[in-house]
Design a binder for this molecule. Structure first.
Ligand code: HEM
Length: 538
């Protein structure tokens, strides 16, 4: 037996087993007392009452009673895997972040894929957006890229997030549906808040029912700012491209899989990795000049409901992700992992996208409750792979035994430790940005264009894919009880494509709306202009 370096407690055996959980081969209580029997409670005679002095019974049941933690308020159902990200060096000209810049550098990662709306026990293959969250354990601290499998989002301002989620989650009265968009409140929201039109049509397309996690693209959605060694900046959008290509299920396949094997995606990911068929993605960036307008070819880069077509700004590969190990404990890894858009490392910054700004508040806030206190970076899956000396102390579930007397910087009591780092020493120093404006609940005028990109998306599909979109709208809207909501949805579809609107109306048995305001033509809309490649060299 040894005494720990901190002088506190017992470090356990040196065989790699967790000294707090599974040391030794004898059954014990949580306090290390060996037990002769864990199957019978302590009684006064074989038929007698159970005695309160049975501390083992009380501890065993008390712990079991508290085994469940709250599921995530969104993205509750997920599956994760460990892997490695290798930079190819192309990122060096635009960012100082070693994880993206240093050619050949291997950074360990943990990825969690998820559905958004369903609860932990819901089926994998429902029509929904999928989360694609990656934790990079970089040598400069932890960086999280918390993305989705769709490049746009329903809303432009985080203040609406509680509203869209209230609308998408099951109806408060009947708890229907569990994990689909086929109900009144969802369609009520997306037809009244028409900035949701673009994300919604992606959901109604084959992208809403991916074949597997291994064949999904991932998107950072927001525009981020990269900073290089010379403190020059560019704006970027992150893209994950699966090496296996992008593949979807048909609606019929998705329905059958949800019944026959609700764990279809979770099983596929686990089995593939177990069998050595490691899924791979290329990480690429679209790069834009960092101009004061923060637009590119007329597209507002701060609007998370807009994409920049790849023909306008090609996706340039900067590294490869390989998932090569399954979790050994779902709870400790997949469930306890805590992603956060504010986990950034020097060389990667956010932008003023109002959706991103709100997310930066939300993740920490929710994890404070979900993971019961402020010390969740000490949970094994969340521990940084860079040294931590942060002056935080105490709090619920504190695991560290801090030493010293002066948890503040600067100090003269603990020899000045820990010292701050400036930019040249690898410190996270924001690039100076000019900010001014009148305070008000406002948004840029460009945020009012809700239909040109959904129209562009629909036009880009093959006729088979378009038919799938028509079928999906018809099926999902067909589940609405309120006729008025269906009719409003048709007026939205009319602004995307007249034929799409007419076919869905026919499918629903409703008249085609009389006045169809057709989406802007290519020549009218900068976003729809004839596309031409203008790569930004990196
Ligand atoms: C969880 C993505 C918008 C709040 C997640 C997860 C992903 C994700 C992938 C699952 C993380 C995991 O696997 O643990 C996105 C994307 C968004 C977006 C791509 C928009 C572009 C928002 C907004 C808010 C928000 C606007 C709030 C204002 C949350 C919360 C969780 C979550 C509270 C649960 C986190 C936890 O319990 O650990 N999001 N999200 N998200 N997201 Fe978002």
């Amino acid at each position: 037996r040894t005494v720990s370096p901190t002088g506190v407690g017992y470090d356990g055996p040196k065989d790699g087993r967790d000294p707090r959980g599974q040391a030794g081969d004898k059954l014990t209580t949580p306090n290390g007392v060996r037990l002769p029997d864990t199957d019978h409670s302590l009684k006064a005679g074989p038929r007698g009452p159970v005695l309160l002095e049975d501390f083992h019974l009380r501890e065993k049941i008390m712990h079991f009673d508290h085994e469940r933690i709250p599921e995530r308020v969104v993205h509750a159902r997920g599956a994760g895997a460990h892997g490695v990200f290798t930079a190819n060096g192309a990122g060096a000209s635009v960012t100082r972040a070693a994880v993206l810049a240093e050619k050949g550098l291997e950074t360990p990662v943990f990825v969690r894929f998820s559905t958004v709306l369903g609860s932990r026990g819901s089926a994998d293959t429902v029509r929904d957006t999928r989360g694609f969250a990656t934790k990079f354990y970089t040598k400069e601290g932890t960086w999280d890229l918390v993305g989705n499998n769709m490049p746009v989002f329903f809303i432009q301002d985080a203040i609406k997030f509680p509203d869209i989620i209230h609308a998408g989650k099951p109806h408060p009265d009947r708890e229907i549906p569990q994990a689909q968009s086929a109900h009144d409140t969802f369609w009520d929201f997306v037809t009244l808040h028409t900035e949701a039109t673009h994300h919604t049509i992606w959901n109604m397309s084959d992208r809403g029912i991916p074949r597997s996690y291994r064949t999904m693209e991932g998107f950072g959605v927001h525009t981020f700012r990269l900073v290089n060694e010379k403190r020059e900046t560019v704006l970027v959008k992150f893209h994950w491209k699966p090496k296996l290509g992008v593949h979807s299920l048909t609606w019929e396949e998705a329905q059958i899989a949800a019944g026959v094997d609700p764990d279809f995606h979770r099983r596929d990911l686990y089995d593939a990795i177990e069998n050595g068929a490691f899924p791979e993605w290329e990480l690429g960036i679209q790069v834009f000049p960092d101009t004061p307008e923060e637009t590119f070819e007329g597209i507002d880069l701060l609007d998370p409901t807009k994409i920049v077509p790849e023909e306008l700004a090609p996706v340039q590969p900067i590294g490869t992700l390989v998932l090569n190990a399954n979790p050994t404990n779902f709870f400790a890894e997949t469930e306890q992992v805590a992603f956060h858009t504010g986990h950034l490392v020097p060389g990667i910054e956010g932008t003023n996208d109002p959706l991103l700004q709100g997310r930066n508040f939300s993740y920490l806030d929710t994890q404070l409750t979900r993971l019961a206190g402020p010390n969740f970076t000490q949970i094994p899956i969340n521990r940084p792979h860079a040294p931590v000396n942060d002056n935080t102390r105490d709090g619920f579930h504190q695991q560290a035994v801090h030493t010293g007397q002066a948890p503040y910087t600067p100090n003269s009591v603990d020899a000045g430790v820990p010292f701050p780092s400036d930019w040249s020493e690898g410190g996270y120093v924001q690039v100076p940005r000019h900010v001014e404006g009148e305070v008000g609940r406002t948004a840029p005028a460009s945020f009012d264009d809700h239909f040109s990109q959904p129209a562009l998306f629909y036009k880009s599909l093959t006729s088979v894919e378009q038919q799938h979109v028509i079928d999906a709208y018809t099926f999902e809207l067909g589940k609405c009880y309120e006729q008025a909501i269906k009719e409003r949805a048709l007026t939205v579809l009319a602004r995307i494509d007249a034929d799409l609107c007419a076919q869905v109306a026919t499918g629903l048995g409703l008249p085609v709306p009389k006045k169809i305001k057709v989406a802007k033509s290519r020549s009218e809309s900068p976003a729809l202009r004839q596309i031409r490649p203008t790569p930004f060299p990196i």
